[in-house]
Design a protein around this ligand. Structure first.
Ligand code: HEM
Length: 515
């Protein structure tokens, strides 16, 4: 070090000179980048062959995206201007090529499955919460988790477990609704559904009572931390400097605190479950037991960190998706009287005063209710924007070339309203479209891709459908629901990993017939 200083002194170079050299080098580097990336984000290839908004040097379309009202609105404006295929770039997140057509979805989710997957950037951004869980990994890690989890969701052995959890927690929801019907106090249904899906999932998957329905007035610290961490991590997508800013920001500090709380809670749950399994020496059938006992190809069991990642991903999948779908479904029913009438007709033919809870087998009879659920997901897809990272150069069925490192994205919210895909009444809420069509309740998975498709199709579709049918049937059998006036209709949504309503769904509850 001292020789460097001596040399600099001999050459008469001062600290100020060094500062100027650094500054000039930095400015030259920025100029070099600005010339190399004149209208697209750093690290991306130019794509003059594709339509799309012109970006600024280095940052591409980052600033216009920051000014957006919502990501969906941003893309809707681009569809209106450029048509269904267009592109834009964001630093770190690379180039997005949006192609809103079912053939593209089939191509990336099924036909070219091995060539399109989760990216390193997604894994990095989400790591603090999702770790190496099923939503953010590819290859063996994904396959292994899918294989184990599917035993619960697709295996017949777990039918009773799932059914019992759903009906028990649905009864708890009905008790809360009774209190509101008696007191005349309105209720936020979205919040109620989050509590319902969290408790159902906790019971069924971990034999844990999160207490969301029993201690309904106070959110548990776990839920508060879980929600905070999810939102903070989602915001990283539009902050390429998040690693730096979070070191100093309040958000960063709160996020670390939330993740620590979540980790402690989950590790504690794992330890309790392990010792319960060891002490009782009996089989506790649930998702956590399946993963604790599972062995990989080398005969190795998962360690606590791996179990934690698996659990957190599944809680995310199991809670938010169905709670939000239920909220949009209730909103859609409350604003479509004819749908409510047909739904009630169906419920009343299957349920009675003596049989107010659908049996597992009866749940299959709720065709119109299932169609109403699907129609909700068609117009309000819970993962509205999805896409995959391209590993090797490839060409889409519509002849759009895709280069390694680019994302192919599709927007189901926009596709759900596209008359070319769904016909003239695409924007209308009409559950019958599923029943009247040839495919019925087995719609083409690439057109109706709300549950994803191909080898990574949603594992929880049947579980979510059962959960929705049972709760909705029980709720409508006993209560009437009415939106509290003065709320935005349709409700606004919030940018997130899934599709939450921005505001509470305030609803007045009354008895259908006072018993
Ligand atoms: C309305 C309810 C639901 C909807 C609309 C839905 C939708 C989706 C979508 C779009 C994906 C693909 C996500 C991706 O790009 O990686 C997915 C994956 C998944 N879902 Fe669901 N989901 C729902 C409920 C559930 C429930 C209740 C569970 C139960 C835990 C669940 C478990 C999973 C799992 C494990 C995956 C990952 C599959 C894989 O990568 O192999 N889902 N779901």
């Amino acid at each position: 070090m001292s020789t460097v200083i001596q040399t600099l002194q001999r050459l008469n170079i001062t600290a100020f000179d060094i500062f100027i050299i650094f500054l000039l080098s930095f400015v030259s580097y920025i100029i070099f980048l600005a010339i190399k990336y004149p209208d697209h984000a750093v690290g991306t290839k130019p794509r003059k062959d594709l339509a799309g908004p012109k970006g600024v040097p280095i940052f591409g379309n980052f600033f216009s995206l920051l000014r957006r009202k919502s990501y969906i609105q941003y893309e809707q404006d681009l569809v209106n201007k450029y048509g269904p295929i267009f592109t834009f770039t964001i630093p770190k997140l690379s180039r997005n090529i949006v192609s809103n057509d079912p053939q593209t979805i089939e191509h990336i989710l099924k036909m070219e499955f091995d060539n399109y997957g989760k990216s390193h950037t997604l894994h990095d951004i989400a790591y603090d919460m999702f770790g190496d869980g099923i939503f953010v990994v590819n290859g063996y890690k994904w396959k292994f988790q899918r294989r184990i989890a599917s035993q619960l969701f697709l295996g017949k052995n777990f039918r009773n477990l799932i059914y019992t959890s759903i009906t028990e927690k649905s009864k708890a929801v009905l008790n809360i609704l009774k209190n509101h019907a008696d007191s005349g106090k309105s209720i936020d249904l979205q919040d109620l559904f989050y509590r319902f899906t969290m408790d159902t999932f906790g019971d069924m998957s971990f034999s844990v009572d999160f207490g969301c329905l029993t201690h309904s007035e106070k959110k548990s610290q776990f839920v508060i931390s879980f929600d905070y961490a999810q939102d903070a991590i989602f915001r990283r997508f539009v902050n390429p400097l998040w690693r730096f800013t979070e070191k100093f920001s309040e958000t960063g500090q709160q996020l670390r605190k939330a993740c620590k709380y979540i980790d402690d809670y989950i590790y504690n749950m794992i330890n309790n479950h392990r010792s319960e399994l060891e002490n009782k020496k009996k089989k506790v059938n649930n998702l956590l037991t399946l993963f604790i006992n599972a062995v990989d190809d080398d005969g190795k069991k998962l360690n606590d960190k791996e179990l934690r990642d698996v659990i957190l991903n599944l809680i995310l999948a199991g809670r938010d998706t169905t709670a939000q779908a239920l909220s949009w479904m209730m909103y859609s029913i409350m604003t479509n009287q004819s749908v409510e009438e047909l739904l009630l007709q169906e419920i009343n033919t299957i349920l009675s005063v003596e049989m107010p809870i659908p049996s597992y087998d009866d749940s299959k009879l709720f065709k119109y209710t299932t169609a109403t659920f699907y129609e909700t997901l068609r117009l309000y897809p819970i993962v509205p924007v999805n896409g995959k990272y391209c590993f090797k150069d490839n060409v889409l069925p519509n002849n759009t070339p895709i280069f390694a490192g680019e994302y192919v994205e599709y927007n189901l919210y926009i596709m759900g309203r596209d008359e070319k895909i769904w016909g003239e009444d695409a924007k209308q809420f009409n559950p019958k479209r599923f029943l009247d069509s040839e495919d019925g309740l087995r719609p083409n998975k690439f057109k109706f891709a709300s549950f994803h498709a191909g080898p990574r199709a949603c594992l929880g579709q049947q579980f979510a459908t059962l959960e929705v049918i049972i709760l909705v049937a029980m709720m409508f059998k006993e209560f009437k629901f009415e939106l509290v006036p003065g709320q935005k209709s349709p409700p606004e949504f919030r940018d997130a990993f899934s599709f939450p309503m921005k505001d509470p769904l305030m609803t007045k509850v009354s008895y259908r017939t006072k018993l």
